[in-house]
Design a protein around this ligand. Sequence first.
Ligand SMILES: Nc1ncnc2c1ncn2[C@@H]1O[C@H](COP(=O)(O)OP(=O)(O)OP(=O)(O)O)[C@@H](O)[C@H]1O
Ligand SMILES: [Mg+2]
Length: 252
Amino acid sequence: MSILKVNALRSTADGQEILKGIDLEINPGEIHVIMGPNGAGKSTLANVLMGHPAHEVVSGEAIFGGKVLFDMKVDERAKAGLFLSFQYPQEVPGVTVDNFLRTSKKEISGIMPMLGAFKKDVKQHMEMLDMDQKYLERYLNLGFSGGEKKKNEILQMAVLSPKLAILDETDSGLDVDAIRVVYETVQKLATKDNAILVITHYNKILNYIKPDFVHILVDGKIVKSGDLSLATEVEEKGYEAFKKSTDVNGAA
Ligand SMILES: Nc1ncnc2c1ncn2[C@@H]1O[C@H](COP(=O)(O)OP(=O)(O)OP(=O)(O)O)[C@@H](O)[C@H]1O
Ligand SMILES: [Mg+2]
């Protein structure tokens, strides 16, 4: 059974149509990459799946873990194993990283994590991400550099171990070393039971993660899906060629 199956999804924000018929199926063990020009609707797709209130689902459906996704509240989606790493992570003064991680783990798993094991798990992932332990005592994202915020998002992913993690431009704002560390960690977090959907503009990350599928999203639609070679095609040709095509999923 697929983890996520999206059918003919259309959405609006502020009265304007943004997603114009998205079909997407993600199975356990798969890594998918979505690329596309600015304003195409990539973050919108991520936000609609997570349940952002600014977006209205007009038609279409999504099944997540066997359940109708759009019938679920945001917290139910998170508890069912959906995770979104934001393009622009929020600062939350007053809540430390440590507290946030522990509380979200408890809320999502339904049980209080065992302190020792939890601490060890967090420490291990912070080391993997080349993050100093002192960040645990800082307020969530407050005053964090762009790169530190993104690492902190992946730390959350590591700790929560979602069924489907959607990473919206986690690469933006990362220096070359951080890109390697972050995406190597993401690849290590991939298992045969979970799935990862990576939104990116940056081919360099493909040195570190190995997607099974690459999708090109243009003007609210997936205009082409393929393997890794599609990312190379984008790098060579840009999006113009895809914008002109009305070709869906490679079919004429
Ligand atoms: N809450 C909102 N209200 C109004 N318009 C919105 C809202 N969210 C997104 N949009 C519009 O939807 C379109 C798609 O935006 P989106 O953020 O999904 O693009 P994107 O593909 O993620 O682009 P980028 O690569 O620049 O991150 C844009 O024209 C944007 O202005
Ligand atoms: Mg975006």
